[in-house]
Write a protein that binds this ligand. Structure first.
Ligand SMILES: NC(=O)C1=CN([C@@H]2O[C@H](COP(=O)(O)OP(=O)(O)OC[C@H]3O[C@@H](n4cnc5c(N)ncnc54)[C@H](OP(=O)(O)O)[C@@H]3O)[C@@H](O)[C@H]2O)C=CC1
Ligand SMILES: O=C(O)CCCC(=O)O
Length: 483
């Protein structure tokens, strides 16, 4: 049970063409990962329902794109206001289905809202260009137009923000969108739909569908009507969706896996580095794609850093997200726990030492002790794969070149962090790291004004920032002969 002030935010139906649609067949239960209790149910829609949503999005696109940017912005700002007004309810729902501590959930809701406010403003700044023509008889103009019907497939780790980070630029640009949230966290998505409806977002412009991921993914990727797909999730599923989108040559935005290095040089402010490591590693119990995965510490400060980090991590409070003071909630499911245990046992078998945590929490369920390992090496799974859990492995290095080489030794390239007080080193390392986002002397890099996205196998495109709207726009060039 989740207690909401505004009970209509808890929906058991999907939003298609302005109507709340039930399943003609089955419903899917949504469980609280902290307690196992059922929080709600959502429909397992049929292929025909998804096709109907796509058709409604196509119809709605005609009138939505025709509005002045300022008119679309006004509607988006009403949505933003409603999300902020209902932040407590939305946070409660988010914690109930996802598990993160309530304060973090509230932070996510405001983060999610910030994308709507930002892109409502950016809608009015989709400028074109006039290019000096190579001959005097021509004029060359460039303008930008919305891509059309878009689809979004989003993960469970940020049930609100990953939706608005896609929907806000899409809607601001004049596109319409069909969203498929993760099976584990659809209720926050549906609540956002309620508020979108109340804000006056027209029928068909923002729709939410739930059901079997493969079937929905197939309809959305095979459709000729859907011109663009934006996905956040695992690299493995990203590859499948790219392949499925190839026949219709869809535009793609892909926010995929990470394997973030966190480098601590011996000239770093160690206390700041410890705080940054805790913030970046243990946010959402380690379940974000920008979470630190590997911590490289220069040998001269390794022992002190390890001791300070282990002390801070041991003080983190594990528990149900609704309890005051809790900083680490449950992991999302049993598979997540199995992966964390596998990574720890693989590391220990190869010589790593557990200096904090290391096992399932006495609370049971999917609660896990925040863990610090020393003596990690590049051969271990903790170095090669994204753990997506509360495990901080410490690696030792001697030189800057070695640290950068180890940090770049991965097929992923999403986020990286480093701590140094040396200005020259700052520039060298920032430029050498093969990552889309780099934090210098900070473990927190995400906000609505900065471009979020990766290189290498971490994905394609950028979300947030003034660049984020470009992913939903086509460039058209007009050549006008005037002689
Ligand atoms: N980059 C990131 O932010 C994230 C990375 N991950 C990484 O991925 C691992 C696995 O997490 P997981 O939740 O399984 O991530 P997935 O990539 O499986 O899921 C993300 C989204 O894709 C959907 N999906 C899954 N398979 C298909 C498919 N064949 N066609 C269409 N949609 C599909 C899911 O739907 P449904 O939920 O209904 O299955 C969900 O909405 C994590 O341990 C982590 O390493 C996970 C989440 C976010
Ligand atoms: O893909 C994720 O893990 C969500 C992004 C988190 C962030 O925006 O910081």
């Amino acid at each position: 049970m989740v207690n909401l002030k505004k009970t209509e935010l808890l929906r058991d139906r999907c939003l298609i063409n302005g109507k709340w649609v039930a399943s003609s067949q089955n419903n899917v239960a949504v469980n609280n990962p902290a307690t196992g209790e059922i929080v709600g149910t959502v429909p397992a829609l049929e292929t025909a329902d998804i096709e109907q949503a796509v058709a409604a999005a196509e119809m709605a696109f005609r009138s939505w794109r025709a509005l002045a940017a300022k008119e679309r912005a006004a509607v988006l700002l009403r949505w933003f206001d409603l999300i902020v007004e209902n932040a407590d309810d939305l946070a409660a729902l988010l914690t109930a289905e996802q598990g993160k501590p309530l304060s973090e959930a509230r932070g996510e809701i405001l983060y999610a809202a910030s994308f709507i406010q930002w892109f409502a403003e950016e809608a009015k700044r989709v400028y074109g260009d006039i290019i000096p023509a190579p001959t005097t008889d021509k004029r060359i103009l460039v303008f930008k137009q919305p891509i059309g019907v878009c689809a979004a497939i989003t993960p469970w780790n940020f049930p609100a923000a990953m939706i608005t980070r896609k929907a806000a630029p899409a809607l601001a640009a004049g596109c319409t969108m069909v969203v498929k949230p993760a099976e584990q966290t659809p209720l926050t998505a549906l609540a956002l739909g309620v508020l979108a409806d109340q804000a006056g977002i027209p029928a068909g412009v923002f729709q939410i569908v739930t059901g079997k991921a493969r079937e929905i993914g197939k309809v959305l990727t095979e459709s000729d009507i859907v011109k663009k797909l934006s996905f956040t999730g695992s690299t493995e599923v990203g590859r499948i969706l790219m392949a499925q989108s190839a026949p219709t040559i869809k535009k793609l935005s892909m926010e995929l896996g990470g394997n973030a290095p966190f480098i601590v040089f011996d000239d770093a402010d160690l206390d700041a580095a410890v705080d940054g490591a805790v913030a970046s590693k243990f946010r959402n119990a380690g379940q974000t794609c920008v979470c630190t995965n590997r911590i490289y510490v220069q040998s001269g400060v390794y022992a002190v850093f390890a001791e300070k980090l282990a002390a801070k991590v041991s003080a983190l409070k594990v528990g149900e997200g609704t309890q005051i003071g809790v900083t680490i909630g449950p992991l999302i499911d049993a598979d997540a726990i199995t992966k964390v245990e596998d990574h720890i046992s693989d590391a220990v078998a190869q010589g790593a030492k557990v200096v904090a945590g290391g096992k399932r929490h006495s609370l049971g369920g999917t609660f896990f002790e925040p863990t610090v390992l020393t003596g990690a090496t590049q051969a271990m799974k903790v170095a090669r794969e994204e753990t997506f859990g509360p495990v901080a492995p410490l690696f030792s290095f001697e030189t800057e070149e070695e640290a950068v080489a180890m940090a770049n030794d991965t097929e992923f390239g999403l986020a990286a962090y480093f701590y140094t007080e040396n200005v020259r080193r700052t520039w060298r390392v920032a430029e050498a790291l093969e990552y889309g986002m780099v934090g210098h002397n900070t473990g927190q890099i995400s906000n609505e004004v900065a471009p979020f996205g990766g290189v290498k196998q971490s994905g394609l495109g950028r979300e947030g920032s003034r660049y984020g709207i470009d992913d939903y726009l086509e460039i058209k060039y007009l050549c006008s002969a005037i002689a």
